[in-house]
Design a protein around this ligand. Structure first.
Ligand code: NAD
Length: 464
């Protein structure tokens, strides 16, 4: 058996219990590049047992020692950056530059923040005559999506380990090879056996078995709202802790007085990044009626830079490609005006979708309400600030957003009224320490930074 043929359980690569496999496909050329085992409930059970057995010692390991091992994990990921980037390009289709900078680079930074936080976090507090102990929740079942394959893993595993939890990971079936790099890095870093375990497999089989396993104390899930709802119900039934990072339909609100050209260009770039497969993408651009035509012309121009197969990659699989092309057809059918792109596939091979801009989109249209998860921007007109706020808040989601104004104060005043978990002010930069997560149906809980670590802790109070 090659190290790669199995599951990583209890500190070693082991054969899977069954013989079924999952084909991994390169979405740029539709070729099968590998097969991984389709894990079953038996594999999940072995991994959960290993994680349970490892939990007491890991929870009792001094935070400074846990911090040193997370720093070693960060270094092991950094050492494999080129290999990771090439793997993300092969199984997700990310263009090489984005694969390096974002898919391989960001997880190294996030792992570094948790090496620091594990060492400095206050795991004990005083409150009057009490000492409050912040203790690890236990065994965490982590279920991740394919869109940022390594980032989604690190954003769960690093804080869980920092908190003193042990983990069983079930990564997305489209991107299991990146998850294997992570397991190899965890092994190289010297994490004790059983502290981190990997089971590849299908969502409704391995994922569900993990969520339902009585030996799992908390489920941390990132993915679609439909599956998240089911996992929330399973966790609720068993009275388990649950964290859900779900879909989004974020608004890019451009107020009068903002730098319109910059706000439009950054907004289009935000949606085109990762071929639109970003849960926090600002897929609705809100522009004042008086500046509407100018904004539409600027967006049509800005999107021209994203040439499929060059600056913008394919979607992850044929199903997603069909789904997104279906949304574009529906936008046209409901009366939106195509100013760039359209439903036709731009290349003969690969799961590409044309970078698309819609004008004359109204808030009730399907393309303004539902998450498309592809390179599609909808531009909506508003009459005044209250109207803009109604439109911005007018979906079931509330994950992210942006506000552009003449000054930060005006933008912040608007952002305070938005029902969403994260807002970029006048082009503010991504911050790996800022809590990330949703209001409304975008989720429950937060990832990243100290708030992301707190998710994996439970409190005990001692009275004196
Ligand atoms: P998905 O919900 O189909 O799958 C996500 C993960 O859940 C995968 O590992 C999958 O195997 C697993 N899964 C599927 N069915 C399951 C079940 N019945 N029980 C347990 N696990 C199951 O989502 P996807 O298609 O992989 O990802 C796209 C969606 O994820 C989009 O809606 C996007 O917005 C969302 N997403 C959200 C965030 C966030 O942070 N909020 C980040 C990335 C993606």
């Amino acid at each position: 058996m090659k190290a790669h043929d199995g599951m990583y359980i209890d500190g070693a690569w082991r054969p899977a219990a069954g013989t079924d496999t999952i084909a991994v496909v390169n979405p740029a050329d539709e070729q099968v590049i590998a097969h991984v085992p389709a894990g079953t409930a038996e594999d999940v059970d072995a991994a959960v047992r290993a994680a349970r057995a490892a939990f007491p010692a890991w929870a009792a390991t001094p935070p400074a020692e846990r911090a040193a091992l997370i720093a070693a994990l960060r270094d092991a990921l950094a050492a494999r950056k080129d290999e990771i980037a090439a793997t993300v390009t092969a199984e997700l289709g990310a263009p090489p530059q984005a694969a390096q900078a974002i898919h391989a680079g960001l997880p190294v930074a996030v792992a570094g923040t948790y090496a620091d936080l594990a060492a400095t976090y206050g795991f004990e507090e005083e409150a009057g005559n009490s000492t409050v102990l912040l203790e690890p929740v236990g065994v965490v079942g982590a279920i991740t999506p394919w869109n940022y394959p390594l980032h989604q893993i690190v954003a769960k595993v690093a804080p869980a380990l920092a908190a003193g939890c042990t983990v069983v990971l079930k990564p997305a079936e489209d991107t299991p090879l990146t998850a294997r790099h992570f397991a190899e890095a965890a092994h190289e870093a010297g994490l004790p056996a059983g502290v981190f375990n990997l089971v590849t497999g299908l969502g409704p089989v391995a994922g569900q078995a993990l969520a339902e396993h009585p030996g799992v104390d908390m489920v941390s899930f990132t993915g679609s709202t439909a599956v998240g709802r089911r996992i929330g119900a399973v966790a609720g039934g068993a009275v388990k802790r649950v964290a859900l990072e779900l879909g989004g339909k974020s608004a890019n609100v451009i107020l009068p007085g903002a730098d319109l050209a910059k706000a439009v260009a950054v907004g289009v770039a935000n949606v085109m990044s990762n071929s639109g497969q970003t849960c926090s993408a600002w897929t609705r651009m809100l522009v004042h009626r008086d500046q509407y035509d100018e904004a539409v012309a600027l967006a049509a121009q800005a999107v021209g830079k994203y040439v499929p197969g060059d600056r913008i990659g394919p979607l992850v699989n044929a199903k997603q490609q069909e789904r997104v092309r279906g949304y574009i057809e529906q936008g046209v059918a409901e009366g939106a005006r195509l100013v760039a792109g359209g439903p036709e596939a731009p290349l003969d091979k690969g799961y590409y979708v044309s970078p698309t801009v819609f004008a004359d989109v109204t808030p009730a249209m399907t393309i303004a309400q539902e998450e498309i998860f592809g390179p599609v921007v909808s531009i909506l007109a508003y009459e005044d600030e209250d109207d803009a706020l109604r439109i911005a808040n007018g979906t079931v989601y509330g994950l992210a957003g942006a506000v552009w104004a003449a000054d930060d104060e005006t933008a912040v005043a608007f952002a305070r009224r938005m029902e969403t978990g994260q807002v970029d002010i006048n082009g503010g930069r991504f911050n790996p320490l800022a809590p990330f997560g949703g209001y409304k149906q975008s989720g429950v809980g937060r990832e990243l930074g100290a708030h992301g670590l707190a998710e994996y802790l439970q409190t005990k109070s001692l009275q004196f």
